[in-house]
Ligand binder design. Structure first.
Ligand SMILES: C[S@@+](CC[C@H](N)C(=O)[O-])C[C@H]1O[C@@H](n2cnc3c(N)ncnc32)[C@H](O)[C@@H]1O
Length: 277
């Protein structure tokens, strides 16, 4: 065990700060290599295993190239559940978990909910898990993302219905919801310069970016769609770009929504908005 730990330290010490390196090391050993936590913490000797060594070598090379740990391990925790992730989906973020908590707190006993731009399905599946009497759907334009989302629904024992849809050209008319939630692409192209290479080089750009010329394009399309398909008193919840918080509030009010409420995330940034129809 000591040999593996030193080997990982040497391979990754230039890539991570000390505290992060400790958690990367633990995740590699426990989740990728399947070493038990007793063996990991007691540092007891391991029998040589060429398959394990090959796996570790591949993972270390990928990490050294800057690939996110979650894609290498193939899963990530979110709101107490575990989600499969790969390069077809965005890695769920802690800010998104706060949005899920908000919706869970507000929800009544039953209803219908649509998650637009579902990606890994983290929002839809967690809400279906938290709210067992709700009917939950998830939509995405990416077939690859929908495959990941369906697997996550199955693995977490939920029954979310996933459909392919382009929210910018949506044709569906015969469905109604009590809640629509979305964490759509919202990073402006001009913000790329401040972003980490780990995100830029590996996470899907179609999940992240909007043109500087129209940063609210997804929100406007969803607000208009909500006007057609939200039941009376229905609610919209969005994760948002803090730079667009006030513009978004105004857009939602112009689109006929009321009781509009902004919320900050754990980092103190305006990151979520709720509006009623
Ligand atoms: C920021 S990611 C959010 C993923 C997931 N909901 C989460 O919170 O981690 C945005 C998602 O919107 C999807 N998307 C992009 N354009 C879309 C469109 N026109 N219609 C529907 N979904 C779209 C992307 O494929 C991506 O999965």
């Amino acid at each position: 065990m000591r040999y593996i730990l030193t080997y990982i330290d040497n391979a990754l010490k230039s890539c991570y700060a000390a505290a992060e390196l400790e958690s990367v090391k633990k995740a590699l050993c426990l989740e990728l290599l399947g070493i038990s936590s007793v063996t990991y913490y007691s540092k007891e000797a391991l029998t040589p295993d060429p398959e394990r060594e090959r796996k570790l070598e591949t993972a270390l090379n990928r990490l050294a190239q800057g690939e996110p740990l979650q894609y290498i391990i193939g899963s990530t925790p979110f709101c107490g559940l575990s989600f499969r992730v790969d390069s077809r989906v965005l890695i769920p973020r802690p800010e998104t978990a706060e949005l899920v908590e908000w919706i869970t707190e507000d929800a009544g006993a039953s209803g219908s909910l649509l998650d637009i731009g579902t990606g890994s399905g983290c929002i839809a599946v967690t809400l279906a898990h938290n709210l067992p009497h709700w009917k939950v759907q998830g939509w995405d334009i990416s077939e690859g993302a929908l495959e990941v989302a369906r697997e996550n629904s199955r693995l977490n024992g939920t029954d979310v219905e996933f459909n392919k849809a382009d929210i910018l050209n949506v044709t569906v008319t015969d469905c109604y919801f009590d809640v629509i939630v979305s964490n759509p692409p919202y990073v402006m192209e001009s913000e790329k310069e401040q972003m980490e290479n780990r995100v830029l080089d590996f996470e899907p750009h179609s999940a992240l970016f909007v043109p500087d010329s129209d940063p609210l394009m997804f929100y406007r399309a969803i607000a208009e769609f909500g006007n057609r398909v939200l039941n009376k008193g229905g609610r919209l919840y969005f994760e948002i770009n803090p730079l667009e918080a006030e513009a978004l509030k105004e857009m939602l009010s112009d689109a006929g929504y009321h009781d509009i409420e902004l919320r900050k995330d754990i980092f103190g940034k305006q990151r979520m908005i709720k509006a009623k129809l």
